[in-house]
Design a protein around this ligand. Structure first.
Ligand code: DQA
Length: 150
């Protein structure tokens, strides 16, 4: 169980220039660096990915389930972006893959538009980290590691 998969959904590749008043000015490369430093501190490897395509995210979650069962992957830290609020397919992928997943949002989605208050992923999540900016990724990694006894 030496690895954490950090998955990012649509539009997160635009971090740094995308609505900085909401998401800050750090880039996705900065998030990756933070996750890698956190992984090092935890003694865990980090596989960091981003896709704008729902089916690609589904495929990666299925792969993660296989790796989790094989004992090589602790779980997933997942910021699904707007798919959080729309995707039953991602919910089903996490449940079907049987892989522990911690849901992350940079912004406090509950303080934003009503459409962002519902998450298809939350019922499938081991835990949720919301509203701590990009630090939420590091907090989620720590939570996942503690939960899985790593
Ligand atoms: C987000 C919140 C979502 O509502 C939004 O669609 C995103 C980013 C966040 O990290 O705050 O793309 O997941």
């Amino acid at each position: 169980m030496s690895k954490i998969l950090v998955l990012n959904g649509p539009n997160l590749n635009l971090l740094g220039t995308r609505e900085p008043a909401i998401y800050g000015s750090t880039t996705l490369a900065d998030v990756q660096a933070l996750c890698e430093a956190t992984g090092q501190a935890l003694g865990l490897a980090v596989d960091f990915r981003q896709s704008n395509h729902e089916g690609v995210l589904v495929d990666w979650i299925h792969e993660a389930g296989v790796a989790h069962r094989a004992g090589t992957l602790l779980g997933i830290v997942f910021n699904a972006g707007a798919y959080t609020h729309t995707s039953l397919a991602l919910h089903d992928a996490v449940k079907g893959a049987g892989v522990p997943m911690v849901e992350v949002h940079i912004s406090n989605v509950h303080a934003r538009e009503a459409v962002r208050h519902h998450s298809y992923l939350s019922p499938a999540a081991a835990g949720i980290v919301v509203g701590f900016g990009i630090d939420g990724y590091a907090l989620a990694m720590h939570g996942l590691a503690r939960r899985q006894g790593a």
